[in-house]
Design a protein around this ligand. Structure first.
Ligand SMILES: [Zn+2]
Length: 303
């Protein structure tokens, strides 16, 4: 895998669709559809690799400032397709066999509206403009926006201690805005509801979600964990060099991994990729991908 000559720019939704179109042209067999739509009607791409009985989801960009995770999954997709196209092997894996054993859904950008706000700010034609300016305290600066189009933090919108979090949220005065507001009820947001429906329908073997930053892996909800996941988390830690962590305080409510653990859906791993201050610069995508590459190819073999 070669490092690109030009330094990359932040991946917004249009750039993601362009990249997928280019990949579809180069690899005509690529299976790709949409998980659903965001609040503002942006289609959320879902790519399928393989048709095997073990099923996995890799998910990026829950949060507006974390668009680099969409680039990481696109790097993985291109890498996979190119190696597969040459009937190659990677990390001891024959990808033809890999595809017979596994099905992998890639959802590189769950929150396209939030990414758009973070990269480009908001403009008068946004149907929520007035409300958003109010949520953002009349500031035009949306560079720290993590939530979706209407100020709900998608990784607090899952049905996991949701009403308990709601109480704390009220005490702390957290409202619709850039971060941490959980929404009206679990899965109130179309992005989360579409993903949960897809997970319920397919009953995956395991889920891997990319966030930034900190080089950490979370796999518990509080101190609850699903049987067998600790050894997988350790293996993932060895493959990436990332340390294992336990979420505490407000971070331990309403997240996708919390939902998977509490409802006993499947093992779920939240990886905080890279190190630095969000948003991590696009120039970091290649070194971060280089560190994750092995884990992204080998994750299904851990089950
Ligand atoms: Zn995040």
């Amino acid at each position: 895998m070669k490092e690109p000559l030009l330094s990359p720019s932040p991946m917004d939704h249009a750039a993601l669709l362009c990249d997928l179109e280019a990949l579809c042209a180069k690899f005509p067999g690529l299976e790709f559809d949409y998980l659903g739509e965001s609040i503002l009607g942006r289609p959320i791409p879902r790519i399928r690799l393989g048709h095997g009985p073990k099923m996995f989801f890799y998910i990026g960009a829950h949060h507006g400032m974390e668009w680099i995770t969409a680039s990481l999954l696109q790097h993985f997709l291109r890498d996979f397709l190119e190696i597969d196209n040459h009937r190659g092997r990677i990390f001891g894996q024959d990808l033809a066999l890999w595809k017979q054993r596994n099905t992998l859904f890639l959802i590189p950008m769950l929150n396209p509206d939030g990414v758009e706000y973070q990269i480009h700010g908001i403009h008068g034609e946004n149907p929520l403009y007035e409300r958003l300016m109010e949520m953002n305290r009349q500031s035009n600066d949306f560079s720290t926006w993590q939530s979706n189009a209407r100020g709900v933090d998608l990784n607090h919108n899952y049905d996991a201690d949701f009403w308990e979090y709601k109480k704390q949220e009220a005490e702390l005065g957290i409202q619709n805005g850039p971060t941490r507001f959980s929404g009206e009820h679990p899965e109130s947001e179309p992005e989360v509801h579409a993903l949960c429906n897809c997970i319920r329908y397919h009953s995956p073997t395991a889920i891997l979600t990319l966030h930034t930053q900190g080089e950490e892996i979370f796999f518990k909800s509080g101190h609850r964990t699903l049987p067998g996941t600790t050894s997988v988390a350790r293996a993932l830690s060895r493959l990436t060099g990332y340390r294992l962590s336990v979420a505490e305080g407000l971070a331990s409510y309403g997240g996708l991994t919390d939902w998977c653990v509490q409802k006993e859906i499947c093992p779920s791993f939240t990886m905080e990729c890279g190190k630095g201050t969000n948003p991590l610069p696009a120039a970091m995508e290649f070194p971060i991908y280089a560190k994750l590459r092995r884990a992204l190819f080998l994750f299904p073999t851990l089950f």
